[in-house]
Ligand binder design. Structure first.
Ligand code: GLN
Length: 446
């Protein structure tokens, strides 16, 4: 059991010190919880002033399942406000720092969870992934980040950002831990209307059996000019490793890769604008101390003071694309593209079991480096479509970039078809067993 000691990276918003003495399959495992997943212990703030000091009256399903399995929950990790971001700079409690280089971001929005595991402050952490928020920070921090198929893990108690895309998943140092924890938190939950009613397959039992004749699809769209050379290099090396393990590489095409971001930035803000309407400062959220003459002014002041800039931008964007006159042009069109993206993946998965590429086009960037929102959004170019299609994806360590004068981790992104998580995890396990990258820690490199 690893226990949080010092947190110089601002990974945690709260550290708890209760140790679980319960028995169960996760007894002895320390697990941190992203601050947008509700817990009766402590507070749940979503990295926002809007929810400063908020105490949930109930535990999320994933939280009670972890406790019942004997895990020790160590605290709440910092995230971008309401999980909107790719750097964990947009957190009301300050930016989170990357342990490989403290002048750099850990990725986001689940940056605190990624750092907690990368710095070995705990064994595992939960995050949420709406467009890449588990996989991209896992890549930037050199750990395993797994987003299960939509509906595998209950969203009950996950503070909603974009409900048709949100999914809870894990950060860990090994694929095996990702599978073990998912076995506990996954499976049907009647409290989530989109929870998959099928029994959860036993992903852990066959994890260590390599897949014979694994077919890996490598879309040309994933290895283009956008990537920094060290990222493409590490991915090409990973392809060689898989070939040595007996895998067959097949060409697949995902031409809609580059429209993923524009589709995501219609769908996700649309859902967010609706989900975040509840923070009016009356039922939930920050209440202004300024005098107000009417109810509208009270709402306006509460929301103006409580929300940060990025969240306001998303609410305005979402309200715009849903407004009459623009609904068809933006929201309905994005839904049509969503269907095409799903079909494109389905066709690709006729030819292969796993799609492989980089998790993000670059290694971790500097804190403060990305000042315009679009350059930040482009970080999710390889991860957003996974959520749009609802399929599963994982980022695993596959090497390092030395391009920036420091050693920075590079993540390998694997995706599998809807509910084919067992194949995804087995394919990831094959790579991990054959390579040393997951064993390196930031302490060794500093
Ligand atoms: N970076 C994306 C965004 O800002 C994805 C966030 C997420 O997955 N929660 O919306």
């Amino acid at each position: 059991m690893t226990i949080v000691t010092a947190d110089r990276y601002n990974a945690f918003h709260e550290v708890w010190d209760e140790i679980s003495h319960a028995e169960g399959t996760l007894a002895g495992m320390t697990i941190a919880i992203k601050d947008n997943i509700v817990t009766k212990t402590g507070t749940t703030t979503c990295g926002s002033r809007m929810l400063e000091g908020y105490k949930s009256p109930f535990d999320a399903t994933v939280v009670s399942r972890l406790q019942n399995a004997g895990a020790t929950l160590v605290g709440k990790t910092n995230c971008d406000e309401f999980a909107m971001g790719s750097s964990t700079e947009h957190c009301a409690w300050g930016p989170v720092r990357n342990p490989w280089d403290e002048t750099r971001v850990p990725g986001g929005s689940s940056g605190g969870s990624a750092v907690a595991v990368a710095a070995r402050l705990c064994d595992c952490a939960l995050g949420s992934d709406t467009g890449g928020s588990i996989r991209q920070p896992a890549a930037f921090c050199g750990v395993v980040g797994y987003k299960p198929t939509y509906g595998t893990v209950s969203r009950y108690g996950l503070v909603a950002f974009a409900s048709s895309l949100d999914q809870i998943g894990t950060f860990s140092t090994t694929v095996e831990d990702a599978a073990r924890v998912t076995q506990v938190i996954g499976g049907y939950d009647e409290l989530d209307s989109t929870s998959n009613p099928e029994p959860l397959p036993n992903v852990t039992s066959e994890l260590r059996t390599p897949i014979n004749n694994l077919r890996i699809g490598v879309p040309s769209q994933y290895l283009g000019e956008n990537n920094e050379p060290a990222v493409t290099e590490a991915v090409l090396q990973a392809i060689e490793t898989y070939k040595e393990l007996g895998a067959t590489i097949v060409d697949v095409e995902l031409p809609l890769t580059d429209v993923g971001i524009s589709t995501y930035y219609v769908l996700a803000p649309a859902e967010a604008s609706s989900n975040l309407a509840r923070y009016d400062g009356i039922r939930y959220g920050h209440r202004t101390s300024e005098p107000c003459t009417d109810l509208f002014e009270l709402y306006a002041k509460n929301r103006a003071e409580g929300f940060g800039e990025e969240v306001k931008r998303r609410i305005m964007l979402g309200t715009y694309v849903l407004s009459s006159g623009y609904y068809d042009a933006y929201y309905n069109n994005a839904l049509r593209v969503r269907r095409l993206i799903c079909q494109e993946y389905q066709q690709a998965f006729h030819k292969c079991d796993v799609i492989l590429g980089p998790t993000a086009p670059t290694a971790a960037f500097k804190i403060g480096e990305k000042t315009d929102p679009v350059s930040m959004y482009l970080n999710d170019v390889y991860t957003a479509n996974t959520n749009i299609a609802g399929i599963c994806g994982i980022s695993i360590p596959c090497g390092f970039s030395e391009e920036h004068g420091v050693k920075l981790p590079v993540g390998l992104h694997l995706q599998s078809a809807w509910h084919d998580d067992a194949t995804l995890l087995r394919a990831a396990q094959m790579f991990e067993t054959a390579t040393p990258f997951h064993l390196e820690t930031p302490e060794q490199s500093s």
